[in-house]
Structure formats: C-alpha cells, structure tokens
Design a protein around this ligand. Sequence first.
Ligand SMILES: O=C[C@H](O)COP(=O)(O)O
Length: 530
Amino acid sequence: MRKKIVAGNWKMNVNLQQTQQLLTDLIEEANTYPSDVKVIVAPSFTNLQTAVQQLENVNIEVAAQHMSEHEKGAYTGEVSADMLKSIGLNYVILGHSERRQYFGETNAKLAQKVSIALANKLTVIFCVGEELENRKNNTHFDIVTQQISEGLFHLSPVELDKIIIAYEPVWAIGTGETASPEQAQEMHAHIRNVIADRYTIGVADSVSILYGGSVKPSNADELFTKPDVDGGLIGGAALKADDFSAIVNARSDQKLQQYVGLTFTVAPINPVNEILIAELSELGFDTFVETETGLEAYILEENFDHTILDDLYVFENPDFDVSYTVEQIAQVNWNEEWEKNFNPIKVDDQCLIRAPFHPAEEVPYEIIIEPKMSFGTGHHATTYMMLKHILAEKWEGKKVLDMGCGTGVLAILAYKKGAAAVDAIDIDNWCYVNTLENIARNQCPAISVKEGDASLINATYNVIIANINRNILLQDMPIYATHLAENGSLFLSGFYEEDLPVIKEKAASLGLTYQTHLEKDKWIGAKFTK
Ligand SMILES: O=C[C@H](O)COP(=O)(O)O
C-alpha cells in the first residue's frame, strides 16, 4: 500500500552509545511527526536490538541494512531474515548501491534475498539506481529497469505490495549532489511504468517509491512534492536528529488532495442517508460522515461540478426533504479522518470487522481491515446482510466469486469459513488495491484479486456474491448465471426492497430460483440457486 515514508540509513557510522543518543534525540522529536508518514531508522546489526527496545511504543520503525540470502547454516558473519524477525524487526534494506558495489550483491542474489525476507514477513526497502556513467551515456533507465525486473519480478502482486522501492542514483549518494526534483520524478514515473507493464497500473500505483541521494532539509520539500516521490531514504542527514526530523516533517501535508465537502440536511434521515450515500458513491464521492441532521460527503475537487447532482433520485422524491451546502475543504489527512469515524462492527456475535488500531475480541471470525475510502466495511446495510448470509452458509470446498469486492471483507469471510478458492473482482482501482492489502493482512493466500468488470469472469463457481447496485446486477446477472455451477448459490445485494420483484424476475428468466432474502434499512440481500 502506497505510503509516505522517510527512512534513515545510518550505514556504518554510529556505535552503541551514539545509537542510543541518536534514538533519544529522535524520540524527543517524534511527537512532531505527521501521523501519515512512516518513519524508519536502520542502525547497524549490533545496535538493532537496542533500537527495537528503545523505540517500543514510539512511532519509529527499525530496519536492518541488509541480510543473508541463505535461510541458515555455515555462513560465518552473516545474519538471517529469521534472526532479524526474532528481535522484532519488520523492515530490511536490500540492494543498497554500497552493498552492490563493495560486497558483490547481484540482481540474482537480491531476488533470493527478497524472497527470503518476504517469507519471513519482513517488508523490503529495495534500492536501485544508476552510476554516473550510465546517466552520461543515457542507459540509466535501462539499468534501473533491469534492477527492478531481475530483483523483483518473480514476486506476485500481493508480494510486491510488501516492497518499498528506493531510487538512489549512485552519483548523488553522499556527494552533496542531488538529483533534481525533475530527474527524480522522471525516474520514479519510469519505475511505476515498468511495474505497470509487468503487473497492473493499480499495483504500480500502490508501490511507495522513495528518493535517496543527498536529501537534506533544504531540498526535501521540493523533492517530496513530486507526484511519484513518496518520501526519502536518507543517509548523512539521518545522523542528526534535527535534520532528519525536519525531513520527516517536510512530508507533512505535502500531497494531500484538494476536496470539496457537501453538507446535506435530510429528512427523514432513514432511508435518505442510505440512498444518498449509494447515489453519491456512483458520482465519485468517496468519503461520508453521517451526522444528526444528515450527511457530509466528500469528493475530489477535480471530479466535482454542481450539475452532477441534478438527477439525484433523493431530490425528485416528494417524500424526501434534502438540501445541501458546498465548501472547499482545506487539505485533510483522510487516513486520520476515517480512523476517527470507523468503528468495529460485529455480525451475529460471529464475525468482527475492525481496524488494526481497535482492540481484538474473541470471536470465531475476526477480519482486520484498513478500509480507507473503500466501500464495503460492514457499516452499510448491504455488506452487513451479505456477511450474515455468508455466516449462515457452509463453504467448505467451494469455489467462490466476490464480484464488486470493495474492501474484500466478503471474500475474506468466505475464505475464513472454509471456501477452497475465492476470486475477487472490483472495477475500482482503490478497492482492488485495498482488497489486496486486506487479504494479505488477514492471511488469505487463496484469494486472488482482479481489477475490472464482469467481463473478467472466466471460471465456474459454486457461489457468486455480488454486492453492487440494481442496474449493474440486472446487466451482469446473465454472466453470473452462466458461470454458476449446477446447485450453486447466487447472493445479490445493493438494491432496495422495491427492486426485489425485477431482480427476481430477471433471475427466473435465467433459470435461477429465488430462495430467501434479508432486509435492512430498506435494502435487500437475496439468495438464488441454480
Ligand atoms: O541510504 C541512503 C543513501 O545512500 C543516501 O545517502 P546520503 O543521503 O548520504 O546521500
């Protein structure tokens, strides 16, 4: 998942006492760090455990500067991924140019290290970068392409999500000479294109790419405002707590997007709020906060124009009273916003959906998600009903499709209840990326995720779940019917009770038998069989 990251690589510069002092200085400043910036420091091997202990409960993570490509054995002087993990590390830097240059680390060896790191649940900061000679003879893009493809392209998209890339032009490391923001942006965009060609645009877009090479407080702002620069890997300036903290804080509020906020006053709240959320979601609004008088809804400024609201059903229905005001929103930290507004949800005392920062509870099925702006958290009636349907069914050995997967919670619950294999599809890139992240977080390796529409369906399923909306369901039900196995079940949601007859009629015309439905806040979750 793409994050803003500032990492300090202390290289072979500080002994134990200096490490402790530097950590003490950083801890003093850590409360000024923006909550949406991940901060990492990489001391030497001998000081890692001290750092882990000293930084317990501090918003700074610890990384190792390298590790062995071997699991274990007679490799005197080497340190394994398991050893790093065993002292509480979650990050390792691999492929730093100094390791490549002085210790013979090749792309092939690095590919092995990457796999072993990931197998041990270490997130990798993977360094790439060209030498001056390459830039002079214009082979810098080829060199970086080769480093990325040979070092990383054996990974699955989900595995790639655990990689942070650091672009460090060798000629800029420790030399005082920085790549210009334009040169950094150009290479970062190139790296994203290379990843998009091998995987998808969505995968490429979700990788954090850091710039390294003589970053200092005076140039960090400008470098970090470039759209494909997600932060920095800092060497020399990371050895001074003030400089490093200034670089971390240079990230603050840099790239938060400009939003327009609409405040709706509605009556009656129920069902207008639900209908409004569904209609606004289709128009591109991506964040909602329910209030006592109605709803606050947010949309990227570039997607907003007053006329998009003209045809909303909530304005046409004479039983509804809806008005709204519009305001430009100052830059907002959306991650903090959703964290404030996202509460855990429990379904039938069986399934708990919570964020990582909520306390755990003893329930048969616990799903941990970071929904950010994705639809399908369980708060909406349609997702809630689908969760209830899934809890009531037997899933052992079944092949399942979750169409319009949102955050991926339905796919994850089906998998946790014993489904043999689950495919999840969503047309929205944000949902696709968020589902990838959530399935990794919930350790559901047999779920595969694709970005696109129903035309991607090319297998036969015992169960198809589609929590979308009336029109898309009516359009795609023939495809679902074709790809549903005999005796298979189709669960549909995302439509109102008045739409149930037309959905039933369509299902009957496709040879599907209506079985039952749930109803919540005028929304329906229905089951059909073939
Ligand atoms: O790992 C960090 C880089 O090698 C950058 O080092 P530097 O900031 O001293 O140029």
